[in-house]
Design a protein around this ligand. Sequence first.
Ligand SMILES: Nc1ncnc2c1ncn2[C@@H]1O[C@H](COP(=O)(O)OP(=O)(O)OP(=O)(O)O)[C@@H](O)[C@H]1O
Ligand SMILES: [Mg+2]
Length: 382
Amino acid sequence: MRWRMQWSCAGLPGSSVSPESPELALSPADAPSLRVLGIETSCDETGVAVYDSRLGLLGQALHSQIALHQAYGGVVPELASRDHIARVLPLVDSTLQQAGSALSDIDVVAYTRGPGLAGALLVGAGVAAALAMAADKPLLGVHHLEGHLLSPLLSEPTLDFPFIALLVSGGHTMLLQAQALGDYRLLGETVDDAAGEAFDKSAKLLGLGYPGGPELARLAERGDPGAFDLPRPKLRSDDLDFSFAGLKTAVLTRVRAIGEGMDEQQRADLAAATQQAITEVLAAKAVAALRRSGLRTLVVAGGVGANLSLRARLDAACAELGARVHYPALAWCTDNGPMIAYAACRRLLAGLERPRREYAFDIRPRWDLSELADDMLCRRNS
Ligand SMILES: Nc1ncnc2c1ncn2[C@@H]1O[C@H](COP(=O)(O)OP(=O)(O)OP(=O)(O)O)[C@@H](O)[C@H]1O
Ligand SMILES: [Mg+2]
């Protein structure tokens, strides 16, 4: 499904559309100070941030909808969209205040263009376009996964390409070779459930709340991972793909076999065994990608990257291989505004995007990361 919504301000009283803003002809050599307002609304977090290319992160605010969706055991798209509508402008106000900036001080307004929930994306895109148009600033749509992928660089800006990226979120599980900004080559991905989904679904089977990943990880601390023998799907396959649907079924089988009488220790043991199975496969495939590529830098991104057991496993495996591993700050693992403002800033400074005062916006609920490079080519040739 591809949505496209457009409006034009041509013809509106007092409006003018200039195709590009000459004052923002960016190149690394004469990189100016660039201040970006970023808005993230792809799923169940409303995130806003102001990132300045020279001064760093100046302000950010986040509202998580966890409490809203908890009763349903997962994200309800319509509720998510409505909540974004209610939250986004107050968050923009408080972020600008925190940043000591007025909207007029912002150089570019960026928003998450996709992938994500269509209704939720439309809220962020619409609000970003309205703000940009009102302030006569350029507007830029950002790929949500590129935001995740670059999030470790928010705290380590000197971290450089190329590297292997393990992107492990609620909707995606991928290994990528990140050659350069915007050049991300897919090495492998999940053929069914994402790692975050495996955590969430297993957590639900264990009677834990939503989102299940952090809760399952907490319960696992008290468990013995050796108490249950769970499968490691695709651990020994020749490719760099993943599969987690079978693991969820295995957890379901164990839960059913024990039945109503499952005690607290058994729940903790099953949580620990599940976490171990997921993290073992993720770490093994990430190491295999490093070996195959010859690269010795691994970047981990996405919500599951907050999992401490995964981090410990990757730290140990990378140390053995002589590789360095980088994670986002814990707060920047799940969806957030800074990663969108930062990704926009990097793309603009690298000259991959031309800032445009065009207020037609589109969203892409489905959008492969590999299409970013194709899109760039199309724009250059147009
Ligand atoms: N400590 C943790 N251990 C395991 N999983 C975790 C942890 N913290 C968060 N997660 C999982 O991370 C996922 C949320 O991450 P994120 O916000 O990056 O995903 P998303 O935005 O929903 O998906 P996508 O980015 O693919 O669209 C959830 O599945 C959640 O359970
Ligand atoms: Mg996300």
